[in-house]
Write a protein that binds this ligand. Sequence first.
Ligand SMILES: [Zn+2]
Length: 206
Amino acid sequence: MSLGKAMIHARKQKSIARAASSGEPREHLAAQSGLILQMPVLVLNASYEPINICGARRALVLVLKGIARTEEEHGMTLHAQRSRMAMPSVIRLLEYRRIPYQTRALSRKNILLRDRNACQYCGVVLASGDLTLDHVIPRSRGGNSTWENLVACCHSCNRRKGNRMLHEIDDMALMREPRPFSLHTSRQIMRMLGRGDDRWRKYLFY
Ligand SMILES: [Zn+2]
């Protein structure tokens, strides 16, 4: 998940906490439980090694199916029909999974995740919906859709660059060289996201 998204999540989280304590109408709470289910949960391997971040909904499914257990709770409770469930903040897989050092699937979502939702030309951080993908070497000039040739880009930089190559533009450059998204990259992102959260911190900084 991107930093931008995580910050949005953090803001939502605050408003959810406020709503829960003020006893708002049921409908409102139901809408907010949708937000709670999207909150990021850190996934640990059976060895306690952090391997992923998933949404709370997916984390709950893994716990309910007995694939994972909750290591840290979020401090919030989800009310579903007549049952209550403590929302997880960190879960751990019960069986060890070998994580190959392969790169993730090339997708728009993963490119934005790698680039942390920041336009790679001007650095502005935007919501996923406000970013586009730019072919560094334009497709019209033989550029391919690869990890090395696709970057997150804001619409204004995308328009400005058009079909030109970077060396044809004076004041436009890549902030960093685009690379495939490896487990190493995602661990950096997990650390960045978990820096301020004690529940995540102890698993990420070891
Ligand atoms: Zn830009």
